[in-house]
Write a protein that binds this ligand. Structure first.
Ligand code: C6P
Length: 416
């Protein structure tokens, strides 16, 4: 058991105190208190993050890396300090392995363009799973279209779990990269990423993990996972939008060409040629999202202060309670019943379109997500065009579950 988990033992999780850290939770929506159950799309920010960004904007803002004046140096210190916080959060070996991006999507596109494309040729393969978000499908389709490579898709079963034998059978001598989610956003399935990495590495195949839905639960250790790339977004981790991270193994990043050109990513430029900057700046062309990085650093500090292991236990308790309560609603079907799940429940109710459910719930002040969740192949697999999805974070409580259940009953009455 990890140290954080040991530390949290015996200490009650004080959800009321955590809720008080999030100013938005005290607002009303449609004249009712907000019950926010859409954190898998974007989680809310604690005051510590809002304040850190405001402090930076108010007192320190300037451009990074190129100024000798005080503000530029303070901005650079804040920006690079955030990188160091991310390094510690992921347990990466070096800040050279931490590249700031706009989010998970851009991080995966960076790998598709800079790592995969130069290595792919006709007949080569990229292996993903049926559970992926479009951000971990489309960049590979584009890379395959440009190079003649093929996209292979590992199968899942009716519970929404990866069929590991099917995955292993698709690892071939032509597989150049495995790219899989750590947690499915549409179903909540936790994938066996340690096994996946081991099986791929035994065959010399590098692995990218899409950690968009996993990072907020903390405990990410890229050295223990032994993955080659890891991508996540700040806004699903109680941080700002427009900032995310690509972790890459230093030896691989060194070999990769930059994927965007411009300022900051160069050492010298003449019309005859350009030399690239050191890692990680080689991959950070142009002025970065400095306040976003500062906010992400503050979000990581915040998560550490409330103990990720305790948050995880709290969310798992909410998942169990909410699943049991929802299953008592006639006509409700939970889509995705994997043994290991993050606190995400996708569901449908007979005779009510998920969008109508979402609208009625919004009238009751309950925010859930409805649609295909940017995972259309998963929807196809389960034969539904869309689902309703409730997702839980550190600030949700049993009151939110009661509100969800009452609002769903109200929807059934409306459509009866
Ligand atoms: N999922 C959801 O409601 P960006 O947009 O770059 O921050 O993250 C993309 C992404 C990639 N992978 C997974 C597993 C994701 O869940 C997401 C974002 C949101 O589920 C928006 S569709």
């Amino acid at each position: 058991m990890k140290a954080a988990a040991l530390a949290s033992r015996g200490r009650a999780y004080d959800v009321a105190r955590v809720r008080a850290d999030f100013p938005i939770l005290s607002r009303r929506v449609n004249d009712r208190p907000l019950a926010y159950l859409d954190s898998a799309a974007s989680s809310q920010r604690p005051r510590a993050v809002i304040d850190a960004v405001t402090r930076y904007e108010t007192h320190c803002h300037s451009n990074v890396h190129r100024g000798v004046h005080t503000l530029s140096q303070e901005a650079t210190t804040a920006f690079e300090g955030a990188r160091e916080r991310v390094r510690r959060f992921l347990n990466a070996r070096s800040p050279k392995e931490i590249i700031f991006t706009r989010g998970t999507t851009e991080a995966i596109n960076l790998v598709a363009n800079s790592f995969a494309r130069p290595r792919l040729g006709p007949g080569d393969e990229i292996l993903i799973t049926w559970l992926e978000h479009h951000a971990n499908i489309v960049p590979w389709q584009m890379a395959c279209a440009a190079t003649g490579a093929k996209l292979r898709v590992a199968p899942i079963d009716e519970r929404g779990e990866l069929r590991f034998d099917g995955f292993e059978a698709l690892l071939s001598p032509r597989t150049r990269l495995v790219a899989v989610a750590q947690v499915s956003n549409a179903l909540g399935t936790v994938l066996p990423v340690e096994r996946i990495v081991r099986a791929a590495h035994e065959r010399g195949i590098p692995v990218l993990l899409d950690g968009a839905q996993a990072a907020a639960h903390g405990g990410i250790d890229v050295q223990a996972l032994d993955c080659d790339f890891y991508a996540f977004s700040g806004h699903k981790l109680y941080g700002p939008t427009g900032i995310g991270v690509l972790y890459g193994r230093e030896a691989l990043l060194r070999e990769m060409p930059p994927w965007q050109g411009g300022g900051d990513m160069i050492l010298s430029v003449t019309f005859e040629g350009t030399t690239w900057n050191e890692l990680p700046w080689k991959f950070e062309a142009g002025t970065p999202n400095i306040s976003g990085a500062v906010g992400l650093g503050a979000a990581i500090d915040y998560l550490g202060s409330i103990d990720p292991a305790a948050v995880h236990a709290h969310e798992q308790a909410l998942l169990a309670t909410a699943t049991a309560a929802l299953l008592r609603i006639p006509g409700l079907r939970v889509i995705g019943t994997a043994a290991a799940k993050a606190a995400v429940i996708s569901f449908t109710i007979d005779g009510i379109h998920p969008h109508d459910l979402g609208t009625i719930l919004d009238h009751e002040g309950v925010a859930i997500r409805t649609g295909h969740h940017c995972a259309m192949p998963v929807m196809d697999y389960f034969g539904v065009p869309a689902t309703a999805r409730a997702s839980f974070a550190c600030y949700n409580d049993e009151g939110d579950i009661d509100r969800l259940v009452t609002a769903l009953q109200r929807a059934r009455e409306v459509f009866a």
